[in-house]
Ligand binder design. Sequence first.
Ligand code: DX5
Ligand code: ZN
Length: 220
Amino acid sequence: MVEAKIAPSMLSSDFANLASEAERMLTFGADWLHMDIMDGHFVPNLTIGAPVIESLRKHTKAYLDCHLMVTNPLDYVDQFGKAGASGFTFHVEVSKDNWPELVKQIKSKGMRPGVALKPGTPIEEVFPLLEGEHPVEMVLVMTVEPGFGGQKFMPDMMNKVRTLREKYPTLDIEVDGGLGPSTIDAAAAAGANCIVAGSSVFGAPEPAQVISLLRTSVNK
Ligand code: DX5
Ligand code: ZN
């Protein structure tokens, strides 16, 4: 049985009060804090970079699950390592040629390597990254087109999760986009154990209840 990790996406938080928003989510029962890094090139949106991670790190010991939606992830490894990122998840679409080097560097900076894939990318493309000397330790299956919070969950992506779970029973499989009380059961049944949730948690009157419901579904 893989452990449930509930990761509120800080993209839905009040960025002007990031430290207290992070603290609030941890008090509500979050396991990880999901940090969406967008470069305005790989995706049509721009968010935060290493300096913000570094600032937040001064306020919390939490696991910072960094999702890099950037065209050149290798350029960011060193700065994110120094900033105190915990997980470094890059996209397979931009790393086909250099992922062994990327994974090696991520590990050498003390971070946990993960690979993400967009809805249009077949799951087979991440298989090579799960083998060999330096495998990734998590696969993030996007369940919306990356770039923005608050979009609708794509149930078709659950085939990817099922395929992965059958092949890798103990792998951390993260789902990201449109997760909340109405979609969690599909994701959990397919085998996802790391759950990113932005708008459903931050928009709830009682975020703690949503976090607990997400966890209960994964553990069912
Ligand atoms: C989208 C980001 C997600 C997003 C999820 O590109 O990767 O992490 O913040 O937000 P919700 O849960 O609102 O779909
Ligand atoms: Zn994300």
